[in-house]
Design a binder for this molecule. Structure first.
Ligand SMILES: [Cu+2]
Length: 409
């Protein structure tokens, strides 16, 4: 019964009740972080409570599209004022965290930021006071806006996925973290012209704040064959990144900076400049034991400075119970002209719902649910009256949603 209800909901479109998300962050300038060589490095950052060192990256801010988000930012850091800039979220100027244009938050003061969660996607936040230094010191974190219904889908009507991995890239120049540099205020020009701060020469290259052996068994993809794996790639360092996926993962870049790409890009390599975000879908029909490589390039010289690795372990599900009922969605021909043949496998009989959405989010077709027997299934969709462009078809058995992109010529 639950399955049927879920399918009907999926088919008819859901009525969303927007919620309120409250976030509390404390600005600190006496934090400590253990780096890959075992040393402790001083950091600035956003902590979830007074007894915690500020984690790097800062705590994830997460909301559903349309939700009202309220951030209470309490600055507990003598000598320094801070802000929260919500990068890419298109908030109004008063809440944008750029000092002079909005407000900054002094020691022992609270700053309030309010915004409506925009288009589902990956964003980030950081302090915008003396930002070259405060960013490097550690004042940055991720923001994930989920679809209106909070589902494991890239955006409303977008691609469904089974696993999600955030790769949040940055670097550390440990010299910039010394007390002599951190213990007095610098504006951005002082950093750029710098007589007092040496040229940025990072010595630790991080993913989710971790480098080298710290990354092993901490940041990795563990998944199953035929699962759709979604990667959120973010660069908040001062190097440019090249993220290289193993060819066996069939990587497709589907979104950039919080918006769907007008056309998917099939590419194992994604270049990411500071402040940029990309969404990548990756899937394999066969087991994979390999690594994603993250390359860090000096922006001024183009020289490769470092490579970090994210382990990928994709295994065949070893029990029937582990295998989802709905599998192997195939579309042909793709690109299509008059008719699209949709094929899928069912282990057990199931009630199936179909939905077609254009890449810009318009609902094109929502088909009534039907009961299908187990085995290999196929249906045909008349696409003769579709306008040329990219579409996403999603099908569900009530427990799992799978989706694929097709192009109408
Ligand atoms: Cu700051």
């Amino acid at each position: 019964m639950m399955k049927i209800l879920l399918s009907v909901l999926f088919t008819c479109g859901t009525v969303f009740l927007y919620a309120q998300t409250n976030v509390f962050l404390i600005g600190r300038t006496l934090g400590e972080k253990i780096i890959a060589n075992g040393d402790t490095m001083r950091v600035f950052g956003f902590a979830p409570n007074l007894s915690s060192h500020p984690p790097i990256p800062a705590p994830l801010i997460e909301a559903n599209q349309g939700d009202s988000v309220h951030i209470d930012f309490w600055n507990v850091s003598q000598l320094h004022h801070h802000t929260i800039h919500l990068h890419g979220l298109d908030v109004n100027q008063a809440n944008d965290g750029v000092p002079m244009l909005s407000f900054d938050v002094d020691h022992m003061e609270h700053g309030w930021y309010h915004f409506k969660a925009p288009h589902a996607g990956t964003y980030l936040y950081h302090c915008h006071v003396g930002s070259t230094l405060h960013l490097q010191a550690g004042m940055y974190g991720p923001v994930i806006i989920r679809p209106s219904d909070g589902s494991n889908t890239t955006w409303d009507g977008g691609y469904a996925f089974d696993t999600e991995t955030l790769l949040f890239m940055s670097e550390f120049d440990t010299f910039w973290h010394s007390d002599s540099i951190l213990d007095h205020e610098h504006d951005n020009s002082a950093v750029h012209d710098s007589l007092e701060i040496p040229r940025y020469t990072p010595d630790f290259f991080a993913i989710n704040g971790l480098s080298d052996q710290q990354l092993e068994d901490t940041v990795e993809l563990t998944s199953k064959t035929n699962y759709v794996n979604y990667f959120r790639l973010v660069n908040i360092g001062y190097c440019s990144n090249k993220v290289i996926f193993p060819g066996s993962l069939n990587a497709i870049v589907v979104d950039s900076d919080g918006r769907p790409l007008p056309n998917n890009v099939i590419s194992d390599t994604v270049e990411i400049y500071p402040g940029e975000r990309y969404g990548v879908l990756a899937e394999s029909g066969t087991p994979v034991l390999d690594s994603i490589e993250v390359h860090y390039f000096d922006m001024m010289t183009g020289v490769l400075k470092d490579v970090q690795y994210v382990k990928v372990d994709i295994q065949i599900p070893n029990q029937v119970a582990e295998l989802p009922n709905l599998n192997n969605l195939r579309l042909a021909p793709n690109p299509t002209e008059l008719e699209l043949k949709v094929t899928f496998d069912l282990i057990q009989p199931a009630t199936i719902g179909f939905r077609v959405v254009s890449i810009d989010g318009r609902l094109i077709k929502s088909e009534l649910v039907k009961r299908y027997p187990n085995g290999n299934q196929s249906i045909s969709i008349n696409t003769s009256n579709y306008s040329a462009g990219q579409y996403i078809i999603s099908i569900t058995d009530g427990t799992r949603v799978v989706s694929k992109q097709f192009v109408k010529k």
